[in-house]
Every structure is written in C-alpha cells, then in structure tokens.
Ligand binder design. Structure first.
Ligand code: PMP
Length: 396
C-alpha cells in the first residue's frame, strides 16, 4: 500500500494536471538576458523581470567577484548574530538615500521581507485592508500576522473607504493598516496612492506599499511612492532587489524607528542567514548606478512604448497597463497556452498567464520588455506576434 504521503502527493498532482495547472519548468542554459537559450535554441526573451538588464551587467558581476574574494561566499550567520557585514550596512544606507527615507533594512528575498515585515507590525488585534490583487507574499504575510484581513476590490477607492470606515467604527481593532502593490504585476496598472494615502489619513490607517515592480522603473527609479511625491506620507516602502536591481533580496525603507523595530522583531532577520556577500555587493553596485543615471530607465520606457505600440497597431488588445509590463489579452486559457507555445516555436519566449493567477476568460501573454532589448529584437518579436496572431485568428 502507498504511504499516506505518496497517496496525498499523487492525488494533488493529478488534480493540478486535470485543471491544467501543473506547469513544467523551462530550463535556461544561458544568462537571463534579452536572448536566452533553452534546449539549445536561442530565443528572444520577453518573460523576465530583469527590467534594466542589470542581471547580466559587467560591473555587478565584478562587484560580486570582488566581494567573494574579500568576504567569502557565505555570510556565516543570521544578521542579528554576526552575519552583518559592512556590505549590508552600505547597501542599507544606499537604499535609504535612494528611496528618500531615514533608514532601510535588507532581507534575503522580497517574499520573506513581506512575510517578516508585515507580521512584525500587525497582529491578531489589528486589521489589514488589502487590495484584492495584491501579491502572494503580501497575502501570506497578512495571514501570518493573524490580523483580520479585509480585502477591498482592486483599486476601488469607494470600497476601500467604506471598509476602512466600517472597521474604524467597529472599534474592534488596535491598529489598522492599508497595504497595496505599487504596480500590479499581472496588468501593469499603478495603485491610486494619492487616494489611498488620503483615505489612510482620514481613518487613521498605517500605509504599506510593496513596490517590487515600481522600483527602478517609476519615479526616475526611486519607485511609485516617489512618482507621486508621497515619500512623507507612506509609512512603509517595501521593495525587491530581484527585478530592476537584477540580483536577489528584499528591503523595507522608512523611518529609523521602523527599522530599529524590524531589527529586533522581523523573523527572517533574526532567524535566517544573511544574504551572501556577492548578492549584497552586486545589489549595492546596482543601486549606485541607478542613483547616478536614469539612462537605463529611459531606454526601458522607450522599448516598452515601442513594443506596446507595435502590438496595438497589429490589432492586439493590451491590458490597461501604465508601465513596461505588456500583457496581450487572449481570453481563452487554452488558446493563450497555444499562443505561447507557438511564439516559442517561432523564437520568442513569453509566458501565458491564466486562471487562477488572472480571472477566468482573461488568459494573456505577459511580455516584459527590458532596457537590454534592441530594436531588431523587438521588431522580430512583433513580426512573430503578427504571424501567430493571424494563425490563431486573434487578429485579422
Ligand atoms: N512582491 C511582488 C509584488 C512581487 O511581484 C514579487 C516577486 N514575484 C515579490 C514581492 C517577491 O519578491 P522576490 O522575488 O524578491 O522574493
């Protein structure tokens, strides 16, 4: 007889396969740059979060190698024992300056940063108002905190106001927080931060913005909060070092008092080994580059607008994106999967995103142009889109 674990796993895997949710992982035998290699084929890459091309940047590689030579390959301990090196300190100073806050604290990933920071700030006596399309790491951080989770409809400010009012009037909660992505990763739309901050002031909510997709992209690189000039109004700015920054890691930027508290209460800081010297030095070099020049952001936006215009001119429907995230709406989940497969056969790598990540019937191909693409690559991608779009009768 099968062990309980084997039966459980077999059933769960089959259930995922039946729903078309059991994805095989593609394996790269190259850098994750504008051109990638999968199964010995070179493909134009429209699937990474490497917005500025920094994941393959020579200065970052060199900084990582130097850091390995000076500090070794591992930090050797958690941050709160003796895993904190001068590199971590320099990165945090650079992040605070970059974000325009008093201080910052780096974590090993964006995911564990949200888990650690949210659960260090709110608890079971509190309530958190959370946008319905917030990232999984926010949802998990909120669940872990034990606070009452009150979901408001995506970017629906009337719903947020109403729910904030009810929560306040109930007098059930010690503290209340509103939490949102700065840029929503599946549609590319931007949170209505000025309205969110106003509602937060009216009902006494703390404010937390996860700017994983806005940092390095919006507000001349400093992010969505800076884009709206709200640095003094948002209490907690969270970001990742894995997307535009090109490396790995997460961080919180805010008041010194906030950072002092997280250092003694955020569990990934206390109980998980510090990020490696190589990652930390590479991220530090990236932040210095972003502060020194906005040339990469300019290139990113130029490429994004070029691709978006090319696809729209062909007759494709894009989501109402306000950022380089470029989702082409296909509708039917199976057609979206076939579309992505055909793109790959024609030399373009872009992922189909389907239910439950996005609502049923809104299957899409999510394209991620970067600063590292050149016009020839984008032109070729647009040509392939035209061919596959006509073949599958998505465009005429
Ligand atoms: N927040 C958002 C909005 C994200 O999109 C992601 C990455 N998918 C994360 C947090 C987690 O960041 P990381 O990949 O650095 O763990």
């Amino acid at each position: 007889m099968d062990s309980p674990l084997t039966s459980f796993l077999q059933n769960e895997i089959q259930a995922k396969k039946d729903k078309g949710l059991y994805n095989e992982v593609d394996i790269l035998s190259s850098e994750n740059g504008p051109i990638i290699k999968i199964n010995d084929r070179e493909l134009i890459n429209l699937a990474s979060n490497n917005y500025l091309g920094l994941a393959t940047n020579p200065a970052l590689k060199e900084a990582a190698i130097d850091a390995i030579n000076t500090f070794g390959v591992g930090a050797g301990a958690v941050r709160s024992i003796n895993g904190t090196m001068t590199l971590h300190q320099e990165l945090e100073t650079a992040l605070a300056e970059f974000k325009g806050t008093q201080a910052a604290l780096a974590f090993q990933s964006g995911f564990n940063c949200n888990m650690g920071a949210i659960s260090a700030i709110i608890d079971k006596n509190d309530a958190v108002l959370s946008d319905a399309l917030n990232h999984a790491s926010i949802i998990d951080g909120c669940r872990l905190s034990g606070a009452k989770i009150i979901r408001y409809n995506h970017s629906d400010m009337e719903d947020l106001r109403q729910k904030a009012k009810e929560a306040k009037e109930s007098q059930k909660y010690n503290k209340m927080m509103v939490i949102t992505d700065g840029v929503f990763s599946m549609d590319g739309d931007v949170a209505l931060l000025p309205e969110i901050v106003e509602i937060a002031e009216e009902f006494g909510l703390m404010t937390y913005v996860d700017d994983a997709h806005g940092s390095g992209v919006m507000g001349k690189g400093a992010g969505t909060v800076k884009h709206f000039g709200l640095q003094d109004k948002v209490d907690i700015q969270m970001g990742t070092l894995s997307k535009a920054v090109g490396v790995i890691g997460g961080y919180v930027a805010g008041k010194q008092l906030l950072i002092d508290w997280l250092k003694v209460s955020a569990r990934p800081f206390l109980f998980s080994t510090a990020s490696t010297p190589a990652d930390t030095a590479a991220a530090l070099t990236a932040i210095k580059q972003l502060k020194a020049s906005d040339q990469l952001q300019t290139q990113l936006w130029e490429n994004a607008r070029y691709l978006q215009k090319g696809l729209k001119d062909l007759g494709f429907t894009l989501s109402p994106t306000e950022t380089p995230i470029t989702p082409v709406i296909i509708g039917d989940e199976n057609i979206a999967q076939t579309f992505s497969k055909r793109l790959m056969e024609e030399g373009v790598y872009a992922k189909a995103i389907v239910f439950p990540t996005v609502p049923l019937g809104t299957g899409r191909i999510r394209n991620m142009p970067t600063a590292a693409h050149n016009k020839a690559m984008l032109d070729r991608a647009i040509e392939v889109y035209e061919k596959v779009g006509k073949e599958l009768a998505i465009i005429e």
